[in-house]
Design a protein around this ligand. Structure first.
Ligand SMILES: NC(=O)c1ccc[n+]([C@@H]2O[C@H](COP(=O)([O-])OP(=O)(O)OC[C@H]3O[C@@H](n4cnc5c(N)ncnc54)[C@H](O)[C@@H]3O)[C@@H](O)[C@H]2O)c1
Length: 393
């Protein structure tokens, strides 16, 4: 095996940058060639702590160093500009979620990617734990049956003080509420598992927090594959929960966690097996007098269900899980699978949720082309007064 090291850099040395800096150090096979922040002390502190050189901006870093890969962990409003600078310098870029604030920005990065030797990737760490990797493989191969019903919940809590920093709470700085900033993790995983969506009908409301957008949103979704689902995103939920459930013809697959899952947070309950009905002389889907399903107690064969049978080494979902795969892929000359293009359905979902909530009607994914009123901005350039009317009960 080659002992080549991947030259990495990090732009934006705030809260989440530690996951990148520690992740690259833990994964190994990397050399941290620079860190940048517009606040000099933050770049200096990160450079000191992780053994690198500090810079005042992405541009300064890129003129002094030739990284292979640059993590962008700045506030979302600056991602597109920095990602394009990195791609123009010929390096690959790994952009924190949410990757962009509009489909127009996403397409601008994609255009820069086309012209670059580098590639654009996005941090969606929940695609990369062993549970999601297994679920994606099994669902794509049909081993869990045909998806029919989905539930996706991000019930989180952010107090009013969370919105104290200037960039939070505004369309310009934060870009959106829990739909864009928080629920996007679960939305991305849901779409990664189920495939693209077709139509969304949504409501977004501001019940309590001092923001220009929603603090709760709800959507009903029809997927391309004919499944239907509901999605809820909240910042007002004291008992926090992140949950995805997919009911298929073969069973119910569920992951239940808050900010990261382990294998034990996943479960699969097989559907009652009609082949057993004959042996039992009763439909295994019908409850007995004691309330138990016949199928649940009928264990007359010892065949493992496909989910249990697919268990392997555990990797919890985390930045480290994704960074390990990114570093492996790039050192091997492979494309990392969480491409910018693969996150387009997620940004389209977020765009459509806002468009539907503000206009009051359903939105089709096929209509989200450059001429669409919400293509260039998640608020559709509607006046704040009209947004307030749409989002206030
Ligand atoms: N994947 C996750 O689980 C996860 C969790 C938290 C945050 N995030 C995302 O990470 C990003 C950063 O969030 P955070 O909480 O670390 O924010 P933060 O405010 O703590 O840090 C952002 C840093 O970027 C610097 N910065 C701002 N503009 C810059 C520019 N143009 N060039 C260089 N540096 C610049 C700021 O000075 C600050 O140090 C956001 O997109 C956020 O949504 C992801």
């Amino acid at each position: 095996m080659s002992d080549r090291k991947l030259k990495v850099a990090v732009v934006g040395c705030g809260g989440i940058s530690r996951r990148h800096l520690e992740g690259y150090a833990d994964v190994g096979r990397t050399e941290l060639v620079g860190v940048a922040d517009i606040v000099p002390e933050r770049a200096e502190a990160a450079a000191e702590r992780y053994g690198s050189k500090p810079y005042g901006s992405a541009a300064e870093l890129l003129s002094a160093q030739q990284p292979d890969l640059v993590s962008v962990s700045t506030p979302p409003g600056s991602h597109a500009e920095i990602a394009i600078e990195v791609l123009r310098a010929g390096a690959s870029v790994l952009i924190e979620k949410p990757p962009v604030l509009s489909l127009a920005e996403l397409d601008a990065i994609a255009e820069a990617e086309q012209a670059s030797d580098g590639s654009a990737y996005v941090i969606f760490q929940h695609r990369h734990g062993s549970g999601a990797l297994r679920a994606a493989d099994l669902l794509a191969g049909g081993a869990l049956g045909t998806p029919q019903v989905a539930v996706c919940e991000t019930l989180w809590f952010r107090p009013r003080s969370y919105f104290d920093p200037d960039w939070r709470g505004t369309w310009e700085g934060e870009g959106g509420g829990p739909t864009l900033g928080h629920g996007i993790h679960q939305i991305d995983l849901l779409l990664h598992l189920l495939g693209p969506w077709r139509t969304i009908t949504a409501t977004a409301v501001r019940l309590d927090r001092p923001v220009q957008f929603e603090d709760v949103s709800l959507a009903t979704v029809i997927f391309e594959n004919g499944a239907v689902g509901t999605v809820i995103n909240s910042l007002l939920s004291p008992q926090e929960l992140s949950r995805i459930r997919i009911d298929t013809t073969g069973g119910s697959l569920e992951v239940d966690h808050v900010y990261g899952y382990k294998d034990a947070d996943w479960s699969f309950h097989p559907a009652p097996d009609p082949r057993r009905a004959k042996k039992l002389g009763a439909d295994p889907g019908v409850r007995t007098a004691t309330g138990e399903l016949a199928a649940a107690t009928a264990g007359d064969d010892h065949e493992l269900d496909p989910w249990t049978a697919s268990a392997g080494p555990e990797v919890p979902s985390s930045h480290r899980a994704q960074l390990t795969r990114v570093v492996d892929d790039l050192l091997a000359g492979r494309t990392h699978d969480t491409t910018l293009a693969s996150t387009r359905p997620t940004m389209e979902f977020v765009t459509a949720l806002y468009a539907s909530a503000i206009t009051g009607g359903p939105v089709n994914r096929a209509d989200l082309t450059p001429g669409h009123p919400y293509y260039a901005a998640l608020h559709g350039n509607v006046s704040q007064e009209n947004i307030d009317t749409a989002m206030t009960l």
